[in-house]
Design a protein around this ligand. Structure first.
Ligand code: AMP
Ligand code: MG
Length: 346
């Protein structure tokens, strides 16, 4: 979460190029995946935009139910079966998620690892009710990482899934929103709407243009309620951010956040937010998480392995680390801008 579509009501940004009041833009909001989803459609009449948005809303609600790891439903039931050491039915939409996630998990060296659901639960990041300290005992963390869980441990046969590792739990929270946004964009196009944005709580994919101008996207500052930078999108691009401010608690003066390093079992240190820009939302989502976990030194190596060219990393020192591609794309809106370090990809 972290990209905001810049509102045309902000005077400065209006001057910077938002459309006028006659812009034919239709916008709807609804809640799904625990966040506000906003769909914006440009340049088509309501007869096309409205059914497209309705289809997207229904799809988001269905996916929310199917992909929730801890509530009754296809994924929640499968996790329950795994906890009991049993096999469970592999729902087609979970199979789709697994297929999307597998190459990303592998390319990231399992820094993006949807098989660490039990660890997420142990830390309490799965439920607002358990979002408090103290952090888990190191011994309990170690138990969940040895043997190391990956989605490769899941065997599927005749429509049934079984885990070869006891206690493996699936949590697609780091990629599901991206996969859903990609599906929503496909729905927009199928309904004949080639210009629009699907924004899931600040993570978005934009296609086409807004009238005769590109879409203008804001990236939020990880520590201030302000726009850090902006970029223009004309064509088809996803902008996804992972940040330590999205879900966290403080315990004895220390911040514990929801992006866990599967190598240590604890919150990944050294970065406050990562924004990735690439074509597909699923890739952008998983990559933002993976780069966050890789840390302030090594993230360019992981970006290269995931074929991400455009990334912005805000490190703990407040330095904006940028790939050369991202430097071309963004403009800092903060005054003064943060210190910048260029990080070429290996
Ligand atoms: P995101 O906001 O996309 O970075 O996703 C964070 C969410 O994904 C967390 O709330 C967890 O449910 C889950 N998660 C945390 N750490 C990881 C990780 N290293 N790999 C995969 N999923 C993770
Ligand atoms: Mg993610």
């Amino acid at each position: 979460m972290g990209a905001l579509r810049l509102s045309c009501l902000v005077p400065l940004l209006w001057l910077m190029g938002c459309g006028g009041p006659s812009d034919p833009v239709i916008q709807r909001q609804f809640f799904a995946f625990g966040t506000l989803i906003e769909v914006t459609v440009a340049d088509v009449p309501p007869e096309i935009a409205e059914p497209a948005i309705e289809a997207i809303e229904m799809r988001f609600h269905a996916l929310h139910r199917q992909w929730h790891p801890w509530e009754p439903g296809p994924l929640g039931d499968l996790n329950l079966a795994f906890r009991e050491g049993a096999a469970g039915p592999m729902h087609p939409s979970i199979a789709t998620l697994l297929d999307r996630a597998r190459p990303l998990a592998e390319a990231s060296g399992q820094l993006f690892n949807p098989a660490i659901g039990a660890l997420v639960r142990l830390w309490g990041f799965h439920d607002p009710e358990t979002l408090h300290g103290p952090p888990p005992e190191p011994e309990r963390i170690r138990e969940l990482l040895d043997p190391f869980p990956t989605i490769e441990a899941i065997e599927i046969q005749d429509g049934m899934a079984r885990s070869t590792l006891p206690g493996l739990q699936l949590d697609f929270g780091a990629v599901a929103k991206g996969v859903a946004v990609d599906e929503a964009i496909a729905l927009l196009r199928r309904h004949g709407a080639p210009h629009g944005i699907v924004n899931a709580g600040g993570d978005l994919r934009a296609i086409g243009r807004r009238g005769d101008r590109p879409w203008r996207i804001g990236i939020r500052h990880p520590r201030q309620a302000e726009v850090l930078a902006s970029l223009e999108v004309a064509g088809d691009l996803a902008v996804f951010t992972s940040g330590d401010y999205e879900r966290f608690y403080e315990y004895e003066g220390k911040r514990y956040h929801h992006i866990l390093d599967p190598r240590t079992g604890s919150p990944a240190a050294g970065i406050t937010s990562v924004t990735v820009v690439t074509e597909e939302a699923a890739t952008a989502d998983a990559a933002a998480t993976a780069l966050f976990v890789a840390g302030p030194e090594h993230w360019p190596e992981v970006a290269a392995r995931l074929k991400i060219r455009d990334a912005l990393v805000m490190d703990r020192q407040g330095v904006a680390q940028l790939t050369p591609g991202m430097k071309q794309r963004i403009r800092f809106e903060l005054d003064p801008p943060p210190p910048v370090v260029l990080r070429p990809l290996p």
